[in-house]
Every structure is written in structure tokens, then in C-alpha cells.
Design a protein. Structure first.
Length: 192
């Protein structure tokens, strides 16, 4: 007579925990670490408002600032007011020339970049001259539906001494949830 077949047994650690529990716990820990790393990267990316707005790998040192203008943009909310089901935000778009050559005939446009509200508001366009090391504040106003944090696209185009064109376009987000509205760079759309 043959001996009965042994029933399969699950692998377990010293405390009797099945192996699948240990594998699942390890996977949960790895997922939590990956989420933490992603959150820290996002936080680091949003600490850019005071830094130069540059595309990946580009630095101001890579461009000879002695031979051309180098435009930098910052956005500063000035006031926010709620009117019924809309919010009006006054802001200053600050255009700065960090180059050593004057920036002449800089065409600066700014517009709301938020769904349906954007289609109702025309772009605000101005032309300015900016000496080396100088900055020019350009006032602006947008209106968005109540409860929506506005996003503003700012675009600066300017002739270069070699006949080319300098260009900087950036997306700014304004956080209206705090009493002191704050703006931050959300994306650099183009830098030439």
C-alpha cells in the first residue's frame, strides 16, 4: 500500500507568516517610497519663482550675456477680489533684462489660460524697452470663475543683435486659497 501524498505547505517565516504576506508588505513599502520621492521632486520643481526660468540643461552661463539681452519674467499678484461668482485678480508681470545689451522693442503678451474663461479675455500686449540690469513692471487684470485658481501665460519676444529673435514663454499659476495670493512658475513653454 502506498503512503498518502503529503499536502502542499505554504512557505512561512519563523513567526508563521505566509510568504505572500511578506511579499505584499514589501510591495506596499516600495510603493510608499516611490510616492514620497515623486512628491519631493514636485515640491522641488515648484521652488523656482526666484530662479532663472530656463529650459532643461540650459543655464545663463551657457549664453554670452555680454552680446545679447537675456529676459527673465516674474509674476506677482497685487490684489484679488471676489465679485459674485467671479474673482478679479490684479497682477504685475515683471520683465527683467539680465543681459549686458539693451532689450529693444520687447513684445510682451499675457493671457488667461483656463478653459472657457480664457476664450472671453483678450491677450494683453505691450511693447517695452529694457536697459541692461533693469526691470519693467507691467500691470494686468484677469477675471476667473469663483473657486478657480487662475493660470496665466506670459510671452516675451525680442530682436537679438545678430538678427535672430529671443523668446521666453512661461505658465504661471496663482494660488488664491491663502489670504496672500502667491504665483509660481508651473511650466516653461519655450526659451530661446
Amino acid at each position: 500500500m502506498a503512503a498518502p501524498a503529503a499536502a502542499p505547505t505554504a512557505h512561512a517565516d519563523e513567526k508563521g507568516n505566509p510568504a505572500w504576506v511578506l511579499i505584499a508588505a514589501g510591495a506596499v513599502i516600495l510603493a510608499a517610497l516611490a510616492g514620497l520621492v515623486a512628491m519631493l521632486r514636485r515640491r522641488k520643481e515648484h521652488v523656482l519663482p526666484d530662479e532663472d526660468i530656463l529650459t532643461q540643461g540650459e543655464t545663463a552661463a551657457a549664453v554670452d550675456l555680454n552680446e545679447r539681452p537675456w529676459i527673465r519674467m516674474m509674476l506677482q499678484p497685487v490684489a484679488a477680489e471676489s465679485r459674485g461668482d467671479e474673482q478679479t485678480v490684479d497682477y504685475e508681470l515683471i520683465i527683467e533684462n539680465e543681459g549686458h545689451v539693451p532689450a529693444r522693442d520687447v513684445r510682451v503678451s499675457s493671457f488667461l489660460a483656463h478653459g472657457d474663461a480664457a476664450s472671453n479675455m483678450p491677450a494683453q500686449t505691450r511693447r517695452v524697452d529694457i536697459d541692461p540690469g533693469a526691470s519693467v513692471p507691467l500691470p494686468g487684470r484677469i477675471t476667473v470663475p469663483d473657486g478657480v485658481d487662475p493660470k496665466i501665460v506670459a510671452d516675451a519676444r525680442y530682436p537679438l543683435p545678430d538678427g535672430g529673435q529671443g523668446h521666453l514663454a512661461a505658465l504661471f499659476g496663482i494660488d488664491l486659497s491663502s489670504p496672500e495670493a502667491a504665483a509660481q512658475v508651473e511650466d516653461v513653454l519655450e526659451r530661446v
